[in-house]
Design a protein around this ligand. Structure first.
Ligand code: NAP
Length: 351
């Protein structure tokens, strides 16, 4: 595609875990990129690969971003806070995957198949959701719309890639440092102790860490608080009760959730199965089968299985898994951009 035929697209954080997936999606889904402007922290000489070419990814240039039609921010809260308002003011469609703007009143927080109606032509800044909550927001959307969900309880099993490339490097180096472990020494695993770690709060190899983010005064982690607040916003359900325990586990990609949904009234399991089967963006396993982070990794839909009755007639229990880098971040952002194009709002600007 010649530059004149397509959009000028900036990607801040193009060298990160989400950024690389985003570039691959733009390519695979034939998004009409005429001119790609990738950026990194600029701390090292970096480049990215796009349509078979290596393109330099230098440190951010606000001037180069301001003249884009669309900018994806896949970097950090701090970078988003610094860049997003200026870009939106300059008329650039800006889709941010960080947590910086998700709960701001006038900024749409969008999962297109759930609340695409929240997009509007005047809000040039759009927030993408937390990757743990996305699977639940998609999976429960139709149940919530047609029956009503009053309460959600969940435990998450979150992949290390959700914490970025430095955390993933830490996982691999911890496993390689422990590569001498033999089956006969399994019983000695407790002697590994809590382990040293610099990115995650504890060693993650052969472990599970019930802390994702910082703890607040109420004892909940920032991840648990985000899941609750963002789900209420996306489902337009301010009164929804939610309690979550977010756990980091040593999987590479793909977040999983054990979720219990209390509906406003009891429904049969067959009705629940029928509703889940026709929920947009969700693939429900056949009875007796279930998805795992590995089976969902690299795939676009959200997957669910193990549907069963919970502790009360109103409660359903469900296992949900989705790729945190795809539907949890890059894919959702690309779907938002595709929706903006479909509505005719995102187009090349006069230059
Ligand atoms: N990982 C997930 O599953 C996931 C899911 C949903 C949302 N998110 C959000 O998406 C964003 C990116 O996450 P990630 O996992 O891709 O992180 P990551 O792997 O750590 O990558 C961070 C990216 O930001 C760049 N960067 C760092 N400091 C910068 C600066 N001062 N100016 C410009 N660029 C800078 C890095 O460049 P260098 O290569 O030069 O360091 C890298 O390209 C975060 O806001 C995260 O919360 C992530």
């Amino acid at each position: 595609m010649r530059p004149a035929d397509g959009l000028v697209v900036g990607v801040v954080g193009a060298t990160g875990m989400v950024g690389r997936e985003l570039l691959a999606l733009l390519e695979r889904r034939r998004f009409p990129v005429g001119d790609l402007r990738p950026f990194s922290s600029g701390r090292a000489r970096s480049s990215v690969s796009f349509r078979g070419r290596a393109i330099p990814a230098p440190g951010v240039s606000l001037a180069a971003l301001r003249s884009c039609d669309l900018v994806f921010l896949v970097s950090s809260d701090e970078v988003a806070l610094e860049l997003a308002p200026a870009l939106a003011r300059a008329g650039v469609w800006t889709i941010d995957d960080s947590a910086a703007f998700r709960l701001k009143k006038n900024i749409p927080l969008v999962v297109p198949e759930v609340n695409g109606g929240a997009l509007n032509e005047d809000s040039r800044l759009i927030a993408g959701p937390n990757c743990t909550m996305t699977g639940l927001a998609v999976a429960g959307a139709l149940l919530h719309k047609l029956i009503g969900v009053r309460e959600v309880r969940l435990a998450s099993y979150q992949a290390v890639s959700g914490a970025g490339k430095a955390a993933l490097a830490e996982l691999f180096s911890q496993y390689s440092a422990l590569s001498g472990l033999r089956p006969e020494s399994d019983g000695r695993a407790p002697v590994l102790g809590s382990g040293k770690s610099s990115v995650l709060p504890r060693a993650i190899a052969y472990n599970a860490i019930p802390q994702v983010g910082r703890f607040g005064p109420d004892g909940y982690s920032s991840e648990e608080a985000k899941v609750a607040a963002e789900l209420r916003k996306i489902w337009s359900a301010p009164a929804l009760h939610i309690s979550a325990t977010a756990v980091r586990v040593p999987s590479i990609r793909g977040h999983a959730l054990a979720a219990w949904l209390t509906l406003s009234r009891p429904i049969s399991l067959s009705r629940a199965r029928a509703l889940l089967s026709r929920t947009p963006g969700l693939v429900l396993s056949r009875e007796g089968d279930y998805p795992t982070p590995r089976s969902a990794g690299g795939k676009e839909p959200v997957y669910a299985g193990r549907l069963r009755r919970g502790a009360t007639p109103e409660e359903l229990a469900l296992w949900i898994t989705s790729d945190n880098l795809l539907k949890g971040a890059a894919l959702n952002s690309v779907q938002v951009a595709e929706e903006l194009r479909r509505r005719g709002w995102l187009k090349p600007r006069a230059r």
